[in-house]
Structure formats: C-alpha cells, structure tokens
Design a protein around this ligand. Structure first.
Ligand SMILES: [Zn+2]
Length: 621
C-alpha cells in the first residue's frame, strides 16, 4: 500500500516524537524540547545527551551522533518499514487509513476500496485471534507442573524465566482440541481460527483439532509486537522438529525474520546482523548476550529477507549448518545477498550441531571470536566448490559457470573487481582469462527474479525515501557547506538569510548542493512548514547527524542572544563557499586557455581581483 503524502503528513502531525521515545527512555523537559539518556544499546551513557526537539520533531544524540525523525526512529529501534511505521502511527493516533487514491472513482475502484477495507478488517481480526492463542499457550506453559516433560526440556535447554517472558514463549498442550475449545469458549468463530491456521476442521464427523500439539511455541511478532504467526518446536523425539504456521493473510515466512521485534535496535547499533536458522538458536543466543541476531525460521534466505536486513545494516554474517543442506543454503544465499547490495560473510560451526550447542560447549566469547573472524561468504562458497580443484581445463570452465550468476548479482564494481582478483588467484589463471570467460556466453542460471524482487523498491522512492539508499550522499562535504546547512536549519530567520545570499549555484559538493536545492524547494512551497524541514531532509541523506550542529547550546533552535553571532557565521560560510567556487572557476579556465586568448586572461584577472577583495572583507580566510 502506498500512502499519499498528505496522509503521511497528517499521521506525523498527530504523533509526538518524544511520546514515542519516552516508551524506551525517560525524557525530561529542557528548553525547547526534551533531554534523556540515549535509548540505543551501543551508547550506554550515564548523563543524558539525547535531545528531542518539540517543534521540529527530530532527535539528535550529542554523544553517539545518532539523529533522525519519527520514522527513522521506529526503523532503527524497532525495525519497522516505512509503511509499517505509517500504519503503526496512524493506529496509535486514531487516524483512519486512506482510501485507495484514484482520479476517477469508477465502480471498479469503489469495489477495490471495499475489498481493501474488508481485508484490513480481516487482518485485524486475525491478529486478535493470534494474540489470544499466544496468551493461551503462555498460560498453559505457566500452569504446567514442574515434572511435565516440557518443563524438563526448558530446564535442559537452560531457558530462563525472563527470556520466556520476553519472547512470550508458550506451550501447545498435547490434547487434540486444547486451543480449539479455548477459542470456542471465548466466542471466537471456528472459521476465523481456521483461517488463521490455528485449527483444522476434521475430515470426518464434526469439530476441529489444533494444528500445534505438544510443542514449545514461539509467537512470531511484527515490529509492532502483533502476533503474526507461530513457530512450534518439538521437545521430544519426532518430526518435524520445527513447525511454522502456514501462510495466512498476515504471515508469509519469506518476508519475516524471527526476533527482529526484539533485536532490530541491536543490529542497527552494532551495524551487523548474524543470521541463524531456528527460533531456539536466536532465543538462546539472545539469552547468552549475543543480541544482534535474526532467524529465518528454517527456510532459505529470500530477497525479501535481504530487504529487511538492508533497512538496518549492510553487514551480514550467516551461520550455516555443517551438513549438505547448509552448503546448499550458503550457495543460494550468496547471489541473493549480493544482489541486495549487502556484504555477506559466512560461518560454519563444525564443532557443534547448532549455535546454541556451541555456546553451551565452548562459551559465548569463543563464538564471538569465530563470528569476528568469519570469512567472506564468497570465499567460503568458492572453497566449497574448489575442494577437488586441480586446475584441469574442464574444472576451470565448470567453475566459471558456477560463479557467473554470482558476479551477475554484484552491482558494486569495486567488489566485483576484488572478487575477480580472488578468483584469479585461487584458480591460478590470469585476470584477462577470467574477464573474457565471465563475459562469454553460457547457460547461466537465471537470477533475474531476485533482482526483479528488489527493484520494486525503487518504485517507492517518492513516498518512502527512508526505506531506501539515501539520495544525497554527504561524505566529504566541505566544512563551510555543512555549517551553512546546520545554521540555516536552526531557525526560520537563518533560513531566510541563507536564501537571500543566493549561493546555491556555488555550492561545490554535489550531495550538499542537492540537499540545499531540496530544502529551498520545500521552503518555497510552504514557508510555514519550516519546523518540519529538518525532519523531512533526514529521509534524504546518508549522514543525518550532519544536519545538527554539535554545540549543545541552541542547536535545536536559536535563542535571541545567538542571533547576531549566527548571522555573522552564515555570512562567513557564504564567503568561504564563494571563494572556493571562484578558485575552481579560475583553475578550469587556466586549463582551457590558449596563447592569444586575451579575453579569457582578462576574465581570470577579474576573478582573482574578486577573490582578493573578498578575502579582505572576510578578514583573510
Ligand atoms: Zn547516543
């Protein structure tokens, strides 16, 4: 669902950033906003340096320099996508979701709208039933006697009570109709519970039976803590070891990573995610203290998973089983993760059957060390493929056919070049041969579907910039341009002063220039929305902290005494920008000059005179 900008505006206005942040850290009134201790886990601070501006609805941490708006906070802290954040905030403030937008309301569109509304209602009902089931499973576990086999299992796996509560883990009883009867008593329609894939109708006779029986139950939560589905793990011998809810209106396992509702903030803070296979792996690693983890729930990684990861970090370490299935999973994941623009590493734990067992046997520090030293997934897969490699011609050709789809998936040319060198080195053939062999025609595997699945992301660029790669890259921007932006965003008067300088065409850094242009464009459209400007620009840049001045005083809104100082600083920045621009122009001209080009010479002289007079005025920068 794509939401119209006016609706997004309305949702944003109906919510208050400091209310949201107050759920995670205590905020105190301070000047024009609130201050509190930074809620992000990598910045464990004792004195508050995390500030929220009430008027601008943005946050900035003076300690760790994290900055953002309400949408980026929900992404970085809870792992929500842009549409999820919009829906969450709309629900929270009681703003009804908009109708599907169409210029001409034909009968078909009205029908579409009705269908959409019905579906939204059905989703809500299903989430409610799932929640009831989760509470039922949790209660059943709590009430089980201490000598119950499930309690013995929990003890054996060393699951602590606080972990069970945090992840809302429960137990599906052994009876055939435990949940069915419970829901029936609560007046839940059996058809709805059936649609939620919690129960099934008996083929013969009347009644329904439970889908999950005698299993440890892991609710699969959305970033908004809604119960989307369940994973059930067997606690005794038997098959299947893991059982997931089948696909429903609210659940598609290829699109959900287990644990993100709890771990997104750690992944974002550590800037790396560790991918494991099962719920139990994730929960036990989390309990042991490794928290930047997400689990695929026993399935192979998908392009949708890669998208979820990309929202939080580009660094991925995938833990694979040491068996053949693990090897196949590694092969499959590699092109997929690369196509998403991620930097994948891989790790096989040979000494244990899963990460949980590894930690029990060797301790967390040993696992952390292994994770730290894990190889590039490309190298790992290459090594698998080259186990019997003796450099025979037929082996070389086969290997090239295997790696071609991987190279096709890489969009980063620098990475491609490094991998080519690695391949040339390992195969013991020249770079030239690799290049021509990779370019040559052959029956390459078709990975276009992964690219296709990722490219629909681009279509959302207009409505959801925050879910994408930033549009304006600010690295390497000159100090004067960064400072001018910070000063201009401080107050409306400052912004007016910046506009009056008409300096845009002389901004040298391309990302910075685009950013100033965007700011001007938005401001011209509606100057009364100046307070919203910073929050809006945050979605467009790769380094939002550059929009904030790092002196705590007045950085979230100028006070009267600062005005004069700031006016002078703005003028200084503009002068420096102008000087750099003129210097560049002079250089360009000098390069393109010919002997008799007196006219150009004269232009350069003029330019230089201009520069001298500027630096005099400026006190000689
Ligand atoms: Zn911080």
């Amino acid at each position: 669902m794509r939401y119209p900008p006016e609706f997004i505006d309305r949702v944003q206005e109906a919510n208050n950033l400091s209310d949201i942040i107050s759920q995670y850290t205590q905020m105190k009134q301070s000047g024009n906003g609130h201050m509190g201790r930074c809620p992000f886990p990598d910045h464990a601070e004792k004195t508050p340096s995390f500030s929220v501006s009430e008027t601008k609805q943005v946050y900035h941490c003076f300690g760790c320099k994290k900055s953002g708006n309400i949408f980026s906070f929900l992404r970085d802290y809870n792992g929500m996508s842009f549409p999820e954040a919009v829906e969450y905030l709309a629900e929270r403030a009681g703003v009804p979701l908009p109708e599907i937008q169409n210029e001409h309301q034909t009968e078909k569109h009205i029908e579409q709208n009705e269908h959409y509304k019905k579906q939204q209602d059905a989703k809500k009902l299903m989430l409610k039933v799932n929640k009831m089931a989760a509470i039922f499973f949790a209660e059943t576990l709590k009430q089980a006697s201490n000598d119950h086999p499930i309690k013995t299992y929990i003890q054996k796996r060393n699951l602590k009570l606080e972990t069970i509560e945090e992840f809302q883990i429960g137990y599906a009883p052994i009876e055939w109709e435990g949940l069915a009867n419970h829901l029936h008593k609560q007046n839940i329609s059996m058809a709805l519970a059936e649609e939620a894939k919690l129960i099934r109708a008996r083929k013969e006779g009347h009644g329904h039976f439970d889908l999950f029986r005698d299993r440890l139950m892991f609710p699969i939560l959305s970033p908004m803590q809604e119960v989307l589905a369940f994973g059930g793990r067997i606690h005794d011998q038997g098959e299947p070891k893991y059982l997931n809810s089948p696909e429903t209106l609210v659940f598609n396992k290829g699109r959900v990573l287990y644990g993100l509702a709890h771990t997104a903030k750690y992944i974002r803070s550590d800037d790396v995610v560790i991918i494991v296979e099962g719920y139990m792996d994730l929960v036990s690693l989390f309990q042991a203290g490794l928290r930047n983890v997400a689990a695929t729930m026993g399935t192979a990684l998908t392009a949708e998973h890669a998208k979820l990861i990309k929202r939080l970090t580009t660094n991925v370490i995938v833990l694979f089983d040491s068996d053949e299935a693990g090897q196949r999973a590694a092969e499959r994941s590699l092109p997929l993760l690369l196509a998403a623009g991620l930097y994948p590493k891989g790790l096989i734990l040979k000494e244990a059957k899963d990460p949980d067992e590894y930690v029990t046997k060797f301790g967390l520090p040993s696992l952390s060390e292994k994770i730290k030293n894990s190889p590039e997934l490309f190298n790992m897969v290459l090594q698998m493929w080259m186990t019997d490699y003796k450099g025979e011609a037929s082996q070389k050709v086969k290997l090239i056919d295997l790696v071609r789809p991987i190279f096709d998936a890489i969009s980063d040319t620098r990475l491609k070049s490094l991998y080519t060198q690695e391949l040339s080195h390992r195969m013991n053939v020249g770079l030239g041969w690799i290049h021509s062999a990779l370019a040559g025609a052959s029956p390459a595997k078709d990975y276009s579907h992964t690219k296709l699945a990722l490219s629909d992301e681009n279509a959302q660029i207009i409505t959801a910039p925050m879910s994408l790669k930033p549009l304006f890259l600010l690295s390497g921007a000159p100090q004067a341009e960064v400072m001018l932006m910070q000063l201009s965003l401080k107050s409306r008067a400052n912004f007016e002063l910046y506009m009056s300088q008409q300096i845009l065409s002389q901004i040298s850094h391309i990302g910075m220039k685009n950013l100033f242009e965007k700011a001007e464009q938005v401001y011209r459209q509606d100057a009364s929305k100046f307070d919203r400007l910073t929050s809006l620009l945050i979605d467009y840049v790769d380094h939002p902290e550059l929009l904030f001045s790092n002196s705590a005083i007045g950085s979230m809104g100028a006070t009267g005494s600062d005005t004069e100082k700031e006016n002078k600083m703005i003028a200084d920045c503009c002068k420096r920008i102008q000087q750099t621009f003129l210097k560049g122009q002079a250089k360009k001209m000098a390069l393109g000059i010919s002997k008799n080009d007196t006219e150009k010479l004269k232009e350069i002289e003029d330019l230089q005179r201009n520069r001298i007079s500027l630096s005099k005025k400026n006190g000689g920068i």
